[in-house]
Design a protein. Structure first.
Length: 358
């Protein structure tokens, strides 16, 4: 093969390769265009079906929505019946004189039922007022409309104090409530002597707050005040919120048991505030020895040849759960209770069925 033939063969081969490439690119472009056209037609067809559908929902969707509505209505009704059963009804038939008698009987029962702590002392002082000292002094409620709410506060205080008894606290130092029924100096006097120990001085300086580790015991409180809760009731579900404050001394296990009991109580209660202060050092430090006595004892041992005894265990730094000082706890509890309509019947239907289930 001469030179011209070789050049022609090479040029023909290159031309064939170029033609094959052009053909492959043309086929790929056509295939991509066909797929894009097919996708566009499907989208256009789906959009056309949407435009052509009726604006009225389908029977299937309507039935699903109705079934969900019925389930939600049943759940809300069951919940409503439950919370109304847990609520504290307001008794409008109790007079101001009756309340004074009930208050005195309730406070006396709480004092009588107070258990003994580890030191064999009653958890509550004999002159405890539990936030109702004003009425234990012979005073009557200032208005008749105050009596139902005072009764509710009294019942809630009785319930929570008994939960604290069961939790194993060491001493109930104070109980306070919202003094909506008192004004001016009377309210101040009631809140100042509302502790579990009444007005009895306990030798504790006023102050509150958690002490930092290693800083020693904080100044302990002798009374407790209750700020009004920030609660806005919903008109659809009439609800009340009562805030009570408790000041008590306990250890870790007693505090945990108290919080758990309040969380599980009925009516629904929430721990809205919690703080504590140490009542003693976390570490027991032995007293410093008398240097004169130590020197005399060292001379006596040297003269007799007796070796010095090792320091006893009580002379070492001792700490641990059994040696930790108890803490004074300031606990605020918000209790939510629904207000039943006139006649005391729940607003939701089927209350009798709910009562039978319980």
């Amino acid at each position: 093969m001469n030179r011209n033939q070789t050049i022609l063969a090479a040029a023909g081969g290159v031309s064939g390769v170029v033609l094959l490439g052009i053909g492959w690119l043309t086929f790929s472009s056509w295939q991509s265009a066909a797929e894009a056209e097919s996708k566009m037609k499907r989208s256009k067809s789906a959009l056309s079906r949407i435009y052509q559908e009726s604006v009225t929902p389908s029977e299937e969707n309507v039935s699903i929505v109705e079934a969900n509505r019925d389930r939600a209505r049943d759940w809300v009704g069951s919940l409503s019946r439950g919370i109304f059963r847990d609520g504290l009804a307001l008794d409008d038939t109790v007079t101001r004189g009756d309340f004074q008698r009930v208050c005195r009987e309730t406070v006396q029962a709480l004092v009588a039922d107070a258990p003994l702590n580890a030191a064999e002392d009653p958890v509550t002082d004999a002159d405890a007022g539990f936030g109702f000292d004003y009425y234990l002094g012979g005073n009557l409620p200032q208005r008749d409309e105050y009596v139902p709410r005072l009764l509710r506060q009294l019942r809630l205080a009785d319930k929570i104090v008994r939960l604290l008894y069961e939790a194993g606290i060491q001493h109930l130092d104070g109980v306070a409530r919202e003094t909506f029924d008192l004004g001016g100096a009377a309210a101040s006097a009631d809140s100042g002597s509302s502790g579990g120990g009444g007005g009895r001085p306990r030798g504790r300086a006023r102050g509150r707050g958690a002490a930092t580790a290693g800083s020693g015991p904080a100044k302990l409180a002798t009374s407790i005040a209750v700020p009004a809760p920030k609660f806005r009731p919903d008109d659809s579900v009439p609800m009340t919120c009562e805030r009570l404050g408790f000041l008590f001394t306990t250890r870790q296990e007693g505090l945990i048991a108290a919080v758990n009991a309040i969380d599980a109580m009925r009516p629904f209660a929430v721990v809205s505030g919690l703080s504590f202060a140490k009542t003693g050092e976390d570490v027991l430090v032995p007293a410093a020895p008398d240097p004169v006595a130590e020197a005399a004892a060292a001379e006596a041992r040297a003269a007799s040849g007796i070796m010095e005894k090792p320091a006893p265990r009580t002379a070492r730094l001792v700490s641990g759960p059994l040696f930790e000082s108890p803490v004074q706890v300031t606990l605020y509890v918000d209790v939510f209770s629904p207000v039943a309509p006139a006649g005391g019947a729940p607003a939701a239907d089927g209350a009798e069925d709910g009562a039978e289930e319980e």
